[in-house]
Design a protein around this ligand. Structure first.
Ligand SMILES: *Cc1c(COP(=O)(O)O)cnc(C)c1O
Length: 392
């Protein structure tokens, strides 16, 4: 396994394009300098279209979970009643963070592998008035499901207009359409190692006008993750504390590549990769966790078929240079996941299909050589030919 680089097919960190990798190796600069300030402005300006917002974004030096914590401590006070819509591990994590900071949390659980049902959410909100916030995972990375966020946000706005809508978009923003302002989302968070094709180290948090306003009256303690301090520093081209400068260099370069590709091109590539992945998996006869209507465009969760030795399969796939993700939480040992976000290309997915065929043939399963590759290629071509549908 030293002759080639791994095809890193986990849902973050993603593999780095060569120019992004090189950017991470640059000499340090003064983070209180015109050079850093120019980079910060460039990053914020190029990121805004992917959030679909005209509002201010704060860039924190931490992983995605740190960004989730920032969302919670800045908008929720101890004792506030909040509703968490959970469809998997990351929804549960959002609830854990809110609980850790003293929120009075109600968790509305939906079966893992399904999306949150707007009708159920509507009924719950109508029967339980007075929530300070509703916490929603846009793309549940643990199950490969994307929530109908526009619809869910519309229901919240209609039934409990006072409730802030706080969204974990860590594995969706930058990869699929996200229209924060149009959908009425109040706070949205993402992280550098997902769609932004960079190393882990930065979390980006965007907030609506009313969310920035709400932050002034939140009563819980906060310091490092105080978004007001970040916003104030960003206004003069700085960060409040020393930032992860190398990750900044990478996100700057990643955004340059994404901008070059255009948002429509980026979204279309993710659709093609997702379609190719699902087609290859289906051709091999593996069931998938998510129904097609709610299937994520950035990660596919595959049920391990009865009789398939997962360890032997994964070892055979790994020998072929493909790195897969296992299941999380209660899905451990039941599923594996194929990440296709950030730098992912259709050709990398065709490589996954080929490796799966080879691994299964090695394990003595009846597989037609080339069949999964062909199915994936056809699906990607069909996806590329179809107009990019607006994600809701
Ligand atoms: C990756 C991810 C996180 C966690 O981010 P870390 O960087 O691992 O802290 C949270 N939510 C979702 C949906 C994710 O995909």
């Amino acid at each position: 396994m030293t002759r080639f680089e791994p095809n890193l097919r986990i849902p973050g960190p993603v593999g780095l394009p060569p120019s992004v990798r090189a950017a991470g190796g640059r000499q340090m600069i003064n983070h209180r300098s015109p050079e850093f300030a120019a980079m910060l402005v460039r990053v914020l300006d190029r990121m805004r279209p992917f959030f679909g917002t005209d509002n201010d974004i704060a860039i924190l030096s931490c992983s995605g979970s740190g960004g989730m914590e920032a969302v919670v401590v800045n908008t929720i006070s101890p004792g506030d009643r909040v509703l968490v819509l959970s469809i998997g591990s990351f929804g549960d994590r959002f609830a854990e963070v809110a609980t850790a900071f003293g929120a009075n949390v109600t968790k509305l659980d939906f079966e893992w592998g399904t999306a949150a049902d707007p009708a159920v959410v509507r009924a719950h909100l109508a029967a339980n008035p007075g929530y300070r916030a509703v916490l929603i995972t846009h793309n549940e990375t643990s199950t490969g499901v994307i929530n109908p966020l526009a619809e869910l946000a519309a229901v919240c706005r209609e039934v409990q207009p006072e409730a802030l809508i706080l969204v974990d978009g860590i594995s969706s923003i930058g990869a699929v359409p996200f229209e924060m302002d149009a959908w009425g989302v109040d706070v949205a968070v993402t992280a550098s190692q997902k769609a932004w094709m960079s190393a882990p180290g930065l979390a980006m948090v965007a907030a609506s006008r009313r969310a920035w306003h709400a932050m002034e009256t939140t009563t819980g303690p906060r310091f490092y993750f105080d978004l007001r301090a970040h916003r104030k520093a960003h206004a003069t081209g700085e960060t409040p504390w020393t930032p992860a400068v190398a990750a900044f260099f990478q996100v700057d370069e990643g955004l340059r590549l994404l901008e070059q590709e255009t948002t429509a091109g980026v979204f279309a590539r993710h659709l093609a990769c997702a379609a190719a992945t699902r087609a290859a998996i289906a051709e091999l006869g593996f069931p998938m966790l998510a129904a097609p209507a709610h299937a994520s465009k950035t990660v596919t969760a595959v049920l391990i078929p009865d009789g398939l030795d997962w360890k032997a399969f994964n070892a055979a796939v790994t020998r072929r240079g493909i790195v897969l993700a296992g299941g999380q939480g209660k899905l451990t040992g039941k599923i594996f996941r194929v990440g296709h976000l950030g730098s992912a290309t259709v050709e990398e997915i065709l490589g996954v299909a080929a490796a799966f065929e080879g691994a299964l043939i090695e394990l003595g399963r009846p597989v037609t050589p080339g069949a999964a590759v062909a199915a994936a290629q056809r699906a990607a071509l069909a996806s590329a030919a179809a107009p990019v549908a607006e994600e809701k």
